[in-house]
Design a protein. Structure first.
Length: 255
């Protein structure tokens, strides 16, 4: 009887775990030849044969890192999807509605560096119908560090169409010197920072200026009245600036 009850409890826990991550499913994504990390992925509800979809990669903050994928839902675009928000958006340039493949990898610690993010993209490109000209990345705090490390990376920058970066942490000195790569690859980045987080807002301004000096107009900066928090307000598809949310803005750009 005890064995039966134990089995029932385990089955119930498995079902509940599956419910806790809906509408995502959990996969393992390769980031080195020897290491895979848990990743949440959400495909369009009605996949159409032969069609390819934009990929939105969501990169989390330091406090989320570890082994519990449900922590991903505390912030970011993945939280919006988990709460039932629809990120589908119309590209203002071509008038077409796009459905995203949403991917949220879970780093063991901190966040993903460029080499690991590049490997993760290579892995999912082999497995899902992704439009390789529309790969978008977004992150906040440590995830913002990932974004800011990626866009000046010579190899990875070639893959990125545009990015949303919120309150990014300070990046490595070598990458700080390489924003010419961002400009050469025409990567548009929309930065968000708060008046009460001076270091992170300063990073936003520094990274934006370091890009714009090579190609003016590639970046934009939105400043809110908040501390190092509150990113869900910007990730909510109802948030708009100049009549456009971040998802519609991303779709304006492609490789």
């Amino acid at each position: 009887m005890k064995v039966f009850l134990f089995i029932c409890m385990m089955l119930q826990a498995t079902v509940m775990a599956g419910q806790n991550i809906k509408p995502f499913k959990q996969i393992e994504v390769q980031i080195t030849p020897w290491h895979h990390i848990p990743t949440l992925i959400k495909l369009p509800d009605d996949l159409k044969g032969g069609e390819r979809y934009p990929l939105l990669i969501c990169l989390h903050g330091k406090s989320i890192a570890g082994t519990d994928v449900t922590k991903i839902f505390r912030q970011g675009a993945a939280r919006q999807v988990h709460e039932g928000k629809n990120l589908d958006a119309v590209n203002k340039l071509d008038g077409k509605k796009y459905e995203f493949i949403v991917m949220a990898p879970l780093a063991t610690s901190w966040s993903l560096g460029p080499e690991h993010l590049d490997a993760a993209i290579t892995d999912v490109l082999k497995r899902y119908p992704i439009d390789s000209t529309r790969i978008y990345i977004t992150g906040y705090s440590a995830g913002g560090w990932s974004v800011a490390m990626a866009v000046p990376d010579k190899k990875l920058a070639k893959r990125i169409a545009a990015a949303i970066n919120m309150s990014p942490a300070t990046i490595d000195a070598q990458n700080m010197k390489s924003f010419s790569v961002t400009a050469q690859n025409n990567i548009h980045v929309w930065y968000f920072g708060g008046t009460e987080e001076p270091v992170f807002l300063g990073n936003c301004k520094l990274y934006a200026d370091s890009t714009n000096k090579y190609k003016p107009g590639l970046t934009k900066l939105s400043i809110g009245n908040h501390r190092h928090c509150c990113w869900e307000q910007y990730y909510n598809p109802s948030y708009r600036e100049n009549g456009m949310n971040i998802y519609e803005w991303l779709l304006k750009h492609k490789n």
